[in-house]
Design a protein around this ligand. Structure first.
Ligand SMILES: Cc1cc2nc3c(=O)[nH]c(=O)nc-3n(C[C@H](O)[C@H](O)[C@H](O)COP(=O)(O)OP(=O)(O)OC[C@H]3O[C@@H](n4cnc5c(N)ncnc54)[C@H](O)[C@@H]3O)c2cc1C
Length: 415
């Protein structure tokens, strides 16, 4: 804290431990016993970690610590880290975001966006080794979809792939690569034929060790402790063992992967939202003006009440999406086609709703708390910074709305 002006008796209550107490009171009734135990262990880990976090430093030195406890990802089974599945990934993302939003932002890019394809599509020993490095936090990973000229239009990629005897050569330019300048591994999409991207898209796991990878950090004010980069692939030769989806399979893998990505990001945004709301609840209950706690003024109390209702609704939606994904797709003997379609559609609804809610919550909480909330005396301003990117990452607002609109039009086929 650069200069403390918050009242000591309020500050001593604004602890991560207290935030978790209120979060748990709202969320545990929706969870099974093993998930509650998972949350308790994770929260204890976060309380311990939080005391060691230096906010002037990047987040990456904490990756091995996360890895040792199985907290780089929880979608997939890795070693004996249980429970696992999408519900646990959401809980991990939410709780980690409450603890340290930029750390969660970097974690999800490495563990989920880069790590998940190694479980879904990786069969070679080489990919299993990449998986081990990522999941243990020994190495950092990134996903490279977005290009300077291809953002929302993630199909018509310009990154060019060329087949050679023993591999694929990638040439192209990517932007907004989360973790980029810190990453060893990059799940990267390119096409053999720019005129026919769907049929020729390739998904490759590029290692920095292959040579020809250049990363230049972008300045993103709202996420100062994570690295987001401009990434250039210059004649990078990727051996076939590192190709996760060749000649059109890359396209299917890209769109399959967007679903767990959106669900996971919904969890990260939820944590930002709950964190800001609960710090706001604690502060406004203790801060007095005109002789009484400001929460008792309708302008403050009803505003926070409205946000609590929205956050509870968003949480129950996110948990329902994740539970259905686990039960009817991931753990099902034969995945339900109907559930797959519903999840694909509703993951956009969840990502859209919660991404936007995180920003609304942070902004509104800051108005309800007053000046202290824009200083570093509380964690709310860091949460507000993170909330600025939640709607853009993983597909911007209009792309989610475009997908939802398509769903609305398909309803007419039911008639
Ligand atoms: C902090 C941060 C981290 C990121 N991390 C990654 C990462 O790790 N890997 C990665 O690959 N990408 C990453 N991204 C990129 C992110 O996914 C893109 O920013 C996003 O998909 C939008 O692309 P764009 O920014 O190029 O916007 P554009 O596609 O240029 O869109 C500009 C505006 O037009 C709207 N728009 C575009 N097309 C349509 C349409 N058909 N209908 C209606 N409106 C439309 C958009 O919603 C937006 O408002 C990150 C971005 C940020 C900001």
């Amino acid at each position: 804290m650069q200069e403390k002006v918050i009242n000591d008796s309020i500050l001593e209550k604004m602890t991560l431990e207290n935030v978790f107490k209120i979060f748990n009171n709202n969320v545990y009734p929706m969870l099974k016993d093993e998930d509650i135990q998972f949350c308790e262990d994770l929260e204890n880990f976060c309380i311990e970690l939080h005391s060691k976090i230096d906010k002037s430093q990047d987040v990456y030195s904490m990756f091995p610590e996360l890895g040792r406890h199985g907290y780089i990802q929880r979608i997939n089974k890795y070693k004996d880290f249980t429970p696992y599945g999408m519900k646990n990934e959401i809980l991990l993302a939410t709780i980690m975001s409450i603890c340290d939003p930029p750390l969660e932002f970097a974690r999800i890019a490495s563990g989920n966006l880069c790590g998940n394809p190694t479980f879904r599509h990786g069969k070679s020993e080489e990919i299993l080794k990449v998986q081990e490095e990522i999941v243990t936090g020994k190495a950092v990973g990134s996903i490279c979809i977005t290009e300077p000229e291809r953002g929302s239009d993630a199909v018509n990629l310009k990154t060019k792939c060329t087949k050679v005897d023993d591999g694929v050569i990638f040439n192209g330019e990517k932007v907004f690569t989360t973790n980029g300048s810190k990453s060893k591994y990059f799940v990267t999409y390119g096409v053999y034929d720019v005129e026919s991207p769907r049929d020729t898209m390739v998904q490759g796991m590029i290692s920095r060790d292959f040579g020809g990878v250049e990363t230049k950090r972008l300045k993103v004010n709202s996420v100062p402790r994570a690295h987001i980069s401009h990434t250039i692939f210059n004649d990078v030769k990727v051996p076939m063992e590192y190709i996760l989806g060749d000649n059109g399979a890359g396209y299917r893998n890209l769109f399959d992967g967007l679903i767990p990505e959106r669900i996971g990001l919904t969890g990260s945004a939820l944590g930002v939202s709950w964190g800001a709301l609960i710090y706001g609840i604690i502060y406004t209950n203790l801060r007095k003006q005109f002789g009484k706690p400001v929460i008792r003024y309708q302008g403050v109390g009803y505003g926070l009440a409205d946000l609590l209702a929205k956050n509870t609704a968003a949480t129950s939606l996110a948990l329902q999406i994740a539970t259905t994904y686990d039960e009817k797709i991931i753990f099902a003997e034969s995945p339900s086609k109907e559930a797959e379609k519903w999840i694909a559609a509703v993951s956009s609804q969840g990502k859209h709703f919660v991404g936007k809610l995180s920003h609304e919550t942070c902004y509104e909480v800051q108005q309800h708390m007053g000046g202290i909330s824009v200083t570093d005396n509380t964690p709310v301003d860091e949460l507000a910074d993170q909330s600025k990117v939640e709607e853009v990452i993983g597909g911007a607002r209009n792309i989610q709305l475009l997908l939802i609109q398509g769903q609305i039009q398909r309803f007419m086929r039911l008639l």
